[in-house]
Design a protein around this ligand. Sequence first.
Ligand SMILES: C[S@@+](CC[C@H](N)C(=O)[O-])C[C@H]1O[C@@H](n2cnc3c(N)ncnc32)[C@H](O)[C@@H]1O
Length: 201
Amino acid sequence: MKKDIKTRFEERYATGNTPWDTGRADSNLKKIIEEHKITGKRALDIGCGTGDNAIFLAQSGFQVTGTEIVDLARQKACSKASKAGVECEFLLKNIIENPLDEVPFDFVFDRGCFHASDSGELREKFVKAVAAHLKAGSFWLSLIGNADEKREGNGPPQLTASEIVTAVEPLFEIILLKSGHFDSDMEPPPRSWILLARKRG
Ligand SMILES: C[S@@+](CC[C@H](N)C(=O)[O-])C[C@H]1O[C@@H](n2cnc3c(N)ncnc32)[C@H](O)[C@@H]1O
Protein backbone atom coordinates (compact mmCIF):
# COMPACT_ATOMS: atom_id res chain seq x y z
CA MET A 1 0.00 0.00 0.00
CA LYS A 2 1.25 3.51 -0.84
CA LYS A 3 2.37 5.41 2.27
CA ASP A 4 0.59 8.68 3.02
CA ILE A 5 2.27 11.93 2.04
CA LYS A 6 3.22 12.91 5.61
CA THR A 7 4.98 9.58 6.23
CA ARG A 8 6.78 9.79 2.88
CA PHE A 9 8.10 13.28 3.60
CA GLU A 10 8.98 12.40 7.21
CA GLU A 11 11.11 9.52 5.94
CA ARG A 12 12.81 11.74 3.40
CA TYR A 13 13.74 14.40 5.95
CA ALA A 14 14.84 11.75 8.46
CA THR A 15 17.19 10.14 5.93
CA GLY A 16 18.34 13.40 4.32
CA ASN A 17 16.86 12.41 0.95
CA THR A 18 15.81 16.00 0.20
CA PRO A 19 17.37 17.14 -3.09
CA TRP A 20 15.03 20.17 -3.20
CA ASP A 21 16.64 21.52 -0.01
CA THR A 22 19.42 23.60 -1.55
CA GLY A 23 19.99 25.90 1.42
CA ARG A 24 19.00 28.98 -0.56
CA ALA A 25 15.83 30.68 -1.77
CA ASP A 26 14.76 29.69 -5.31
CA SER A 27 15.84 32.32 -7.84
CA ASN A 28 12.45 32.00 -9.56
CA LEU A 29 10.83 33.42 -6.42
CA LYS A 30 13.29 36.31 -6.29
CA LYS A 31 12.80 37.09 -9.98
CA ILE A 32 9.01 36.99 -10.00
CA ILE A 33 8.72 39.13 -6.85
CA GLU A 34 10.91 41.73 -8.50
CA GLU A 35 9.50 41.61 -12.03
CA HIS A 36 5.86 41.67 -10.94
CA LYS A 37 6.50 44.12 -8.09
CA ILE A 38 4.79 41.84 -5.61
CA THR A 39 4.43 43.57 -2.27
CA GLY A 40 2.13 43.37 0.70
CA LYS A 41 2.07 42.77 4.39
CA ARG A 42 1.57 39.04 4.96
CA ALA A 43 2.96 36.09 2.99
CA LEU A 44 2.18 32.39 3.36
CA ASP A 45 4.65 29.67 2.29
CA ILE A 46 2.77 26.35 2.09
CA GLY A 47 5.04 23.34 2.57
CA CYS A 48 7.90 25.64 3.53
CA GLY A 49 10.42 22.82 4.16
CA THR A 50 13.47 24.06 6.03
CA GLY A 51 12.51 27.68 5.45
CA ASP A 52 14.91 29.28 2.95
CA ASN A 53 12.15 30.79 0.81
CA ALA A 54 10.19 31.97 3.85
CA ILE A 55 13.32 33.62 5.22
CA PHE A 56 13.91 35.37 1.89
CA LEU A 57 10.31 36.66 1.94
CA ALA A 58 10.77 37.95 5.49
CA GLN A 59 14.00 39.66 4.44
CA SER A 60 12.03 41.23 1.58
CA GLY A 61 9.66 42.86 4.04
CA PHE A 62 6.79 40.38 4.39
CA GLN A 63 5.42 39.12 7.68
CA VAL A 64 5.74 35.41 6.93
CA THR A 65 3.90 32.28 7.98
CA GLY A 66 5.33 28.96 6.79
CA THR A 67 3.37 25.74 7.17
CA GLU A 68 4.69 22.19 7.24
CA ILE A 69 3.45 18.67 7.88
CA VAL A 70 6.91 17.42 8.94
CA ASP A 71 8.10 18.64 12.31
CA LEU A 72 11.78 18.01 11.60
CA ALA A 73 11.59 20.39 8.61
CA ARG A 74 9.71 22.96 10.70
CA GLN A 75 12.31 22.79 13.47
CA LYS A 76 15.13 23.30 10.95
CA ALA A 77 13.24 26.29 9.53
CA CYS A 78 12.93 27.85 13.02
CA SER A 79 16.63 27.37 13.62
CA LYS A 80 17.65 28.84 10.23
CA ALA A 81 15.42 31.89 10.79
CA SER A 82 16.89 32.43 14.21
CA LYS A 83 20.44 32.18 12.81
CA ALA A 84 19.51 34.65 10.06
CA GLY A 85 18.08 37.02 12.67
CA VAL A 86 14.70 36.97 10.95
CA GLU A 87 11.25 36.61 12.45
CA CYS A 88 9.03 34.04 10.76
CA GLU A 89 6.16 31.98 12.08
CA PHE A 90 6.52 28.27 11.27
CA LEU A 91 3.46 26.14 11.96
CA LEU A 92 3.05 22.38 11.96
CA LYS A 93 -0.25 22.36 10.14
CA ASN A 94 -1.89 20.99 7.02
CA ILE A 95 -3.85 24.03 5.91
CA ILE A 96 -5.36 22.10 3.02
CA GLU A 97 -7.35 20.18 5.63
CA ASN A 98 -7.57 22.80 8.39
CA PRO A 99 -7.39 26.42 7.27
CA LEU A 100 -5.66 29.05 9.37
CA ASP A 101 -7.88 31.36 11.41
CA GLU A 102 -5.87 34.47 10.69
CA VAL A 103 -6.57 35.21 7.05
CA PRO A 104 -6.24 36.71 4.46
CA PHE A 105 -2.67 36.86 3.19
CA ASP A 106 -1.34 39.26 0.54
CA PHE A 107 0.83 36.63 -1.16
CA VAL A 108 0.91 32.84 -1.22
CA PHE A 109 3.95 30.86 -2.35
CA ASP A 110 4.59 27.18 -2.70
CA ARG A 111 7.53 25.35 -4.16
CA GLY A 112 6.90 21.68 -4.70
CA CYS A 113 3.75 21.37 -2.61
CA PHE A 114 0.82 21.86 -5.04
CA HIS A 115 2.43 19.45 -7.51
CA ALA A 116 2.20 16.60 -4.98
CA SER A 117 -1.61 16.65 -5.45
CA ASP A 118 -1.87 13.64 -7.72
CA SER A 119 -5.53 13.76 -8.77
CA GLY A 120 -7.89 16.39 -10.16
CA GLU A 121 -9.86 16.25 -6.92
CA LEU A 122 -6.80 16.89 -4.73
CA ARG A 123 -5.62 19.71 -6.99
CA GLU A 124 -9.05 21.36 -6.79
CA LYS A 125 -8.92 21.05 -3.00
CA PHE A 126 -5.44 22.60 -2.85
CA VAL A 127 -6.47 25.52 -5.08
CA LYS A 128 -9.58 26.15 -2.94
CA ALA A 129 -7.39 26.23 0.17
CA VAL A 130 -4.98 28.72 -1.43
CA ALA A 131 -7.91 30.93 -2.45
CA ALA A 132 -9.37 30.75 1.07
CA HIS A 133 -6.12 32.15 2.50
CA LEU A 134 -5.63 34.95 -0.03
CA LYS A 135 -7.08 38.43 -0.56
CA ALA A 136 -9.03 38.91 -3.79
CA GLY A 137 -6.73 40.42 -6.43
CA SER A 138 -3.59 39.06 -4.71
CA PHE A 139 -1.01 36.64 -6.11
CA TRP A 140 -0.17 32.97 -5.71
CA LEU A 141 3.19 31.85 -7.07
CA SER A 142 3.68 28.10 -7.43
CA LEU A 143 6.76 26.23 -8.67
CA ILE A 144 5.59 22.92 -10.10
CA GLY A 145 7.27 19.87 -11.66
CA ASN A 146 6.81 19.96 -15.45
CA ALA A 147 5.44 16.84 -17.16
CA ASP A 148 7.08 17.83 -20.45
CA GLU A 149 10.35 16.63 -19.00
CA LYS A 150 10.99 12.94 -19.57
CA ARG A 151 13.44 12.24 -16.79
CA GLU A 152 15.38 9.10 -16.02
CA GLY A 153 15.67 8.43 -12.30
CA ASN A 154 14.31 10.51 -9.47
CA GLY A 155 12.75 13.91 -9.74
CA PRO A 156 9.81 15.95 -8.54
CA PRO A 157 6.19 15.01 -9.23
CA GLN A 158 5.08 16.49 -12.54
CA LEU A 159 1.92 18.14 -13.84
CA THR A 160 0.84 19.02 -17.35
CA ALA A 161 -0.13 22.57 -18.26
CA SER A 162 -3.72 21.48 -18.75
CA GLU A 163 -3.89 19.83 -15.30
CA ILE A 164 -2.71 23.12 -13.79
CA VAL A 165 -5.07 25.30 -15.79
CA THR A 166 -8.08 23.05 -15.10
CA ALA A 167 -7.51 23.25 -11.37
CA VAL A 168 -6.46 26.88 -11.07
CA GLU A 169 -8.55 28.85 -13.59
CA PRO A 170 -11.95 28.64 -11.87
CA LEU A 171 -10.68 30.63 -8.88
CA PHE A 172 -7.65 32.45 -10.29
CA GLU A 173 -6.72 34.52 -13.33
CA ILE A 174 -3.55 33.01 -14.76
CA ILE A 175 -1.01 35.81 -15.19
CA LEU A 176 1.92 33.59 -16.13
CA LEU A 177 2.43 29.90 -16.84
CA LYS A 178 5.93 29.47 -18.08
CA SER A 179 8.28 26.55 -18.49
CA GLY A 180 11.51 26.90 -16.48
CA HIS A 181 13.75 25.00 -14.08
CA PHE A 182 13.86 24.58 -10.35
CA ASP A 183 16.88 26.13 -8.74
CA SER A 184 18.59 22.88 -7.86
CA ASP A 185 21.86 21.13 -7.16
CA MET A 186 20.66 18.28 -9.43
CA GLU A 187 22.28 18.12 -12.84
CA PRO A 188 20.40 18.85 -15.01
CA PRO A 189 18.01 20.82 -12.79
CA PRO A 190 14.44 19.47 -12.99
CA ARG A 191 12.11 21.32 -15.33
CA SER A 192 9.37 23.32 -13.69
CA TRP A 193 6.27 25.30 -14.38
CA ILE A 194 6.29 28.80 -12.98
CA LEU A 195 2.69 29.67 -12.22
CA LEU A 196 1.68 33.18 -11.20
CA ALA A 197 -2.04 33.49 -10.59
CA ARG A 198 -4.25 36.28 -9.23
CA LYS A 199 -7.27 35.45 -7.11
CA ARG A 200 -10.53 36.38 -8.82
CA GLY A 201 -13.22 38.52 -7.25
C1 LIG B 1 9.41 19.23 -2.30
S1 LIG B 1 9.35 19.77 -0.65
C2 LIG B 1 9.71 21.49 -0.84
C3 LIG B 1 10.00 22.18 0.44
C4 LIG B 1 10.20 23.69 0.32
N1 LIG B 1 9.05 24.34 -0.26
C5 LIG B 1 11.43 24.00 -0.49
O1 LIG B 1 11.30 24.58 -1.57
O2 LIG B 1 12.54 23.66 -0.05
C6 LIG B 1 7.58 19.78 -0.33
C7 LIG B 1 7.27 20.12 1.12
O3 LIG B 1 5.86 20.23 1.31
C8 LIG B 1 5.52 19.64 2.55
N2 LIG B 1 4.09 19.35 2.43
C9 LIG B 1 3.46 18.47 1.62
N3 LIG B 1 2.12 18.59 1.75
C10 LIG B 1 1.90 19.58 2.65
C11 LIG B 1 0.74 20.20 3.18
N4 LIG B 1 -0.48 19.83 2.82
N5 LIG B 1 0.89 21.22 4.06
C12 LIG B 1 2.13 21.63 4.43
N6 LIG B 1 3.27 21.07 3.97
C13 LIG B 1 3.15 20.08 3.09
C14 LIG B 1 6.45 18.47 2.68
O4 LIG B 1 6.62 18.02 4.00
C15 LIG B 1 7.74 19.05 2.09
O5 LIG B 1 8.52 19.68 3.08
